[in-house]
Write a protein that binds this ligand. Structure first.
Ligand SMILES: NC(=O)c1ccc[n+]([C@@H]2O[C@H](COP(=O)([O-])OP(=O)(O)OC[C@H]3O[C@@H](n4cnc5c(N)ncnc54)[C@H](OP(=O)(O)O)[C@@H]3O)[C@@H](O)[C@H]2O)c1
Length: 234
């Protein structure tokens, strides 16, 4: 298998960074995309140190223009083809239903659902050019199960599950595989501002998700669903 060319949204921290470093160990060419350039630059250094080739592209998944520009940059770096797209950028938060307002509801849908839709739309042509095109959508156990104070997050991730499952059928004939990933609680900075007594040392590690994604990429067949730990919410 030749070295994969991989675009990872939200590749600057947490799960996205761990996936970037896992692919880097295999010598992959990786473009990481998120809003904060200082974090992106330091992960590019880590990618290069791990044996991969890294490039940072600033992207806000709430801004279609910035998605277009970042995907264009990645595809230029990849010589017109893309093997793997990881739709990972996302936000999390807990709020009782009565305290969810339209602004916060819309923010969850924009980042966690419309973001992956737009990035996929922009990356589809180069993914189809690849002989091994593969899209990973990082959903959550909250896509399949209800949790308290999770209406907005749960709706966004259940929407991503529906998008991902139907996209798989639409792209089957093109040979592009689509995998939905369902992490349970994973110890990342996403938990830093969540009130509550969370036992972070008992959560899964970002590297667990990265290993599962790498295994699904390498595996034959559909690789439709990947579960990583079952503890929720998140
Ligand atoms: N950690 C968990 O327990 C858990 C469980 C299930 C599912 N997940 C999912 O896994 C994914 C990664 O989460 P994580 O735990 O690694 O979170 P994290 O440590 O907070 O990292 C989130 C990443 O997404 C980027 N991001 C956030 N908003 C963005 C935007 N508008 N445009 C572009 N990039 C944006 C962040 O960079 P910037 O802020 O610089 O843009 C960062 O790189 C998310 O989709 C999350 O829902 C996490």
């Amino acid at each position: 298998m030749s070295q994969p060319r991989v675009l990872i949204t939200g590749g600057s921290r947490g799960i996205g960074r761990a996936i970037a470093l896992r692919f880097a160990r295999e010598g992959a060419q990786i473009v990481i995309a998120s809003r904060t350039s200082s974090e992106l630059d330091s992960v590019v250094e880590e990618i290069e140190a791990a044996g991969g080739k890294g490039l940072a592209a600033q992207m806000n998944v709430r801004d279609h223009g910035s998605i277009e520009a970042a995907v264009y940059r990645a595809v230029e770096d990849f010589d017109g083809e893309m093997d793997v797209l990881i739709n990972n950028a996302g936000i999390f938060g807990l709020e009782t239903f009565e305290n969810v307002n339209l602004t916060s509801w819309q923010r969850f849908l924009d980042v966690n659902l419309t973001g992956p839709f737009l990035v996929t739309l922009e990356a589809l042509a180069p993914l189809k050019e690849s002989e091994r095109g593969h899209i990973f959508n990082i959903a959550s156990v909250a896509a399949k199960q209800g949790f308290e104070r999770c209406t907005a997050y749960g709706a966004s991730k259940a929407g991503l599950k529906g998008f991902s499952d139907s996209l798989r059928e639409d792209l089957r004939a093109d040979g592009v595989r689509v995998t939905t990933v369902y992490p349970g609680q994973i110890d990342t900075s996403i938990w830093d501002d969540i009130p509550g007594d969370w036992e972070r040392s008992k959560m899964g590690r970002p590297e667990d998700v990265a290993e599962a994604v790498w295994a699904a990429y390498q595996g034959d067949g559909d690789q439709a669903d990947v579960d990583v730990t079952s503890q929720g919410p998140a």
